[in-house]
Design a protein around this ligand. Structure first.
Ligand SMILES: C[S@@+](CC[C@H](N)C(=O)[O-])C[C@H]1O[C@@H](n2cnc3c(N)ncnc32)[C@H](O)[C@@H]1O
Length: 431
């Protein structure tokens, strides 16, 4: 990594208070805050989960058992009662906390990575920064702040792919000093930051305009629906979800009697020997589209998530109030998630020779290679005494292999034509 980038970052950035209980990150529009985060529209999802349960039950009673992917999609993104759609689910008060919310060091080092790799591919300008599933918008805020600090404010626009109306309003209120809902093709909202960077919102990655893009995805792919297949007598059957008539408002897993439409078309990679696995067709489609764009328009991508390298079979689970929860109970009140299969992503990204995927590397390794220790030291030198232990424990949480350091992985995707170039100039954080 180019150390001058980090040094440049270290000096002028202000030191902020730190706590990962109530993460209050500086708002770029703080000087003139014209909007505030939207009010949650329900009572922690308690009321709506009954509606959602009834809807899913009705759907099964009418059309038969549904796939796990259909269930996950309905539970997470049903427009009226989906888990992400109507409230803030992050942080101490919510169900889980994510790395950008734990420590500012995370977003700063990811931003330095973007800058360093953009320069390595000869600084194309103008360019787009795209974030998939920005949550509260904290990572985008850090990227915006860092790139603006390096005087790139006028050279890029920010494109957010967010399905949740509630979260997109929250992102806009934190990122922009003005924003408006628009009826302009697939872009549903536009805004502008105080520094003049234009921000756009879409529901799907495919709708983001073409052009050189730096695509970031933190804890996005784990939220995409997965099918679950099991091989029997050489054929893939599928785990489905049915109504459990022995319980009020209950569901249960069943195994399909024969192949299903999705299990029929599913094609594992040649060396995948598992006879039970989770498969996300939405991930495949998105990675195919990303690889095609990276080849045609140029671009780089950084995927950050918890996951495995093609060895796990059963990772579908739910989280509620920071604890594991039964995914079939009270749908809509808990996060549903499955580990990301990085081996599959790599296979799909590379299969048409459009892109190369490098990694995955462990989060702890990546952050330390990006000079995270130096950034920590600098923050500690300048922190108020009462904030020091939180700053330290936040960074430890991100990097310690026993905490988030090895469960979370980073994978980067570059144009295939750069293969030789990247051997000479290795990708920061990956070597
Ligand atoms: C687990 S959260 C991660 C948030 C943020 N990246 C972070 O790390 O704090 C998943 C994010 O993806 C969004 N999301 C989930 N499924 C989506 C989909 N199919 N399309 C677009 N956004 C989606 C959610 O609304 C949320 O913003």
């Amino acid at each position: 990594m180019n150390k001058s980038l980090l040094t440049g970052l270290i000096r002028p950035l202000s030191i902020r208070g730190f706590s990962y209980k109530t993460v209050k990150r500086p708002d770029l529009s703080a000087k003139r805050k014209l909007t505030s985060p939207p009010e949650a529209t329900d009572n922690d999802g308690k009321r709506d989960h009954l509606n959602l349960t009834a809807q899913i039950k009705q759907r099964i009673l009418t059309g038969g058992p549904i796939t796990m992917a259909d269930y996950m999609k309905e539970v997470l993104t049903n427009p009226y009662a989906g888990y992400y759609m109507t409230r803030d689910v992050f942080g101490q008060e919510g169900d889980f906390i994510t790395s950008p919310e734990i420590s500012q060091i995370f977003g700063e080092l990811v931003s330095v990575w973007c800058l360093s790799e953009w320069r390595k591919v000869s600084s194309p300008s103008p360019f787009q920064v795209v974030e998939l599933g920005p949550g509260r918008g904290t990572l985008s805020i850090d990227v915006l702040k860092t790139l603006t600090h390096f005087n790139l404010g006028g050279q890029f626009s920010l494109h957010l792919v967010e399905v949740s109306p509630y979260l997109s309003k929250m992102q806009a209120s934190r990122l922009c000093f003005k924003q408006e809902l628009v009826d302009d093709g697939p872009c549903y909202m536009k805004g502008e930051t105080l520094m003049g960077t234009k921000v756009f919102w879409y529901k799907r990655f495919e709708d983001v305009p073409r052009g050189f893009s730096i695509v970031l995805a933190h804890e996005f792919f784990d939220a995409l629906p997965v099918h679950k297949f099991q091989k029997e007598n050489g054929k893939w059957k599928e785990i489905l979800i049915d109504v459990d008539t022995s319980k009020e408002n209950g569901f249960r897993y069943i195994l399909s009697k024969s192949e299903t439409p999705m299990s029929k078309i599913f094609q594992p990679a040649e060396d995948d020997k598992r006879d039970c696995l989770e498969y996300s067709v939405e991930t495949d489609t998105l990675i195919e589209s990303m690889a095609e764009r990276i080849k045609t328009d140029g671009g780089i991508s950084l995927i950050m998530d918890y996951g495995h390298f093609g060895e796990k079979t059963d990772t579908f689970r739910a989280f509620k109030k920071h604890k594991l929860h039964d995914p079939l109970i009270e749908p809509g009140t808990a996060d549903l998630t499955a580990d990301v299969d990085f081996k599959r992503i790599k296979y799909i990204a590379e299969k048409n020779d459009e892109a190369i995927a490098i990694g995955p590397v462990d989060q702890g390794t990546f952050l330390k290679r990006m000079e995270g220790d130096a950034r920590l030291e600098h923050l500690l030198e300048n922190a108020l005494p009462e904030n020091k232990s939180n700053i330290k424990s936040g960074y430890e949480m991100l990097t310690d292999p026993k905490q988030m350091g090895s469960r979370f992985k980073f994978l980067s995707i570059f144009p295939a034509v750069l293969k030789d170039h990247l051997e000479k100039f290795p990708i920061s954080g990956f070597n």
